[in-house]
Design a protein. Structure first.
Ligand SMILES: [Zn+2]
Length: 151
């Protein structure tokens, strides 16, 4: 997706069409589907503390940029004069951090699987040791009692 078509509405519709930026000036909010195509709904409240919309002859810009960090796609782009400007300013440190976290997640996943495997096999030997050792002592005691009785 490389463009966004602005559509000025009173209410943001429930079902959004990809590539359309719905703008409700009355309710000071805008909404669109993530430009990467993942289907996530991105809501950008319009206020000095949130996003500012500029409209130049029907060509809209939103500032600041739209960073969908909470979505799995982690898209980052600007909407400038109806065009999607993709961010390639993702810092190397941030990429490293994301990769590191992915590796950590993977390591944790492997660890959890190994622990699950261990917990399937481990409990049996410790449990079987006391229950195995009990009968001999019982039989030994019984044998001793019988031998004692026979004597
Ligand atoms: Zn996305």
């Amino acid at each position: 997706m490389s463009t966004m078509r602005p559509e000025f509405v009173k209410f943001i519709p429930q079902a959004l069409v990809p590539g359309v930026l719905y703008i409700s000036e009355q309710y000071r909010t805008a909404s669109h589907l993530c430009a990467c195509g993942c289907g996530e709904k991105v809501v950008t409240p319009l206020s000095p503390a949130d996003w500012q919309l500029t409209n130049l002859n029907g060509r809209v810009s939103l500032s600041p940029s739209i960073g969908n960090w909470k979505y799995t796609c982690r898209s980052h782009y600007w909407i400038r004069r109806n065009e999607i400007v993709w961010s390639n300013t993702m810092s190397a440190a941030r990429i490293a951090r994301i990769e590191e976290r992915d590796l950590l997640d993977k390591a944790r996943h492997v660890e959890q699987r190994n622990q699950a495997k261990l917990s399937l096999t481990k409990p049996h030997p410790p449990q079987s040791i006391p229950s195995d050792s009990k009968p001999p002592s019982f039989w030994a005691r019984l044998c001793a009692a019988i031998l004692h009785f026979l004597r």
